[in-house]
Design a protein around this ligand. Sequence first.
Ligand code: SAM
Length: 281
Amino acid sequence: MTEWSVETLHDHYRQALSVDRLLYDSATEHQRIKVFENGSFGRVMTLDGVVQTTEGDNFIYHEMLTHVPILAHGAARRVLIIGGGDGGMAREVLRHASVAQVTMVEIDAGVVEFCKTYLPNLSAGAFDDPRLDLVIADGADYMRDCAERFDVIIVDSTDPIGPGEVLFTDSFYGHAKRCLTDDGILVTQNGVPFMQGDELTGTMRAFKTLFTDWGCYLATVPTYAGGPMAFGWGTDGPARATPAEVLRGRFEEAGIAPDYYTPEVHRAAFALPGYVQRLMP
Ligand code: SAM
């Protein structure tokens, strides 16, 4: 009898993945962590029943939340990741030899430890990279007390339920803005706008007050059900206008070999369909 992991993120829309082999299922003080094998996506991690990442399609999400801001910025040396306990975001950031230092602030040490054990392909050695500083703390508290400045800040959080809720507030975004360098870029995991439009509008309302260049870009991640996912984008710098040939040059110089990101996909990702444009404040 096949067991199914049924995601209950949305009220009237669910996705189910077969649990072909359960690897881990337990709760930490913050959330319930489940890791299982699925015939279509490889190993899958859910937190509180919501798909967080899979071996099969994580590359799309992690590549688009890292290479877009880093290559658009052009000289990112210090990067902050809020969340990202599985290590996939750190893996992609650390592919850039130009990045000198990555701080990763994750609330749940259990997620890091269990992903190291059950999802080692996600971090692919990132936790052993000397450039990575792992901080176990609430990202909202860290941001509030932070006195450092970063060229790129990536919010790789859960959805705005449970511990992730504080990472979708105006005060959090304000502190993140304060901790950006002059041309620094803030990017955020902002859900699937077809299903979570209000979440995107809320973030964009905050970004509109904070940044001269604000908006979002899109990519479709199969296990983030409901259509393209939105990534919030905010900066006071010129990054969005980076010419295609400059982007292509930086990409080739970086020498990374992504499976989703290309400079052309990067630029096209900012073209928004009408229903997403209408969610902009
Ligand atoms: N790709 C996923 C998505 O789009 O929903 C996110 C994956 S990542 C595993 C999400 C991480 O955010 C988890 O490790 C979770 O523990 C962490 N997290 C949630 N709330 C947090 C907070 N307030 N501070 C820091 N990390 C947090």
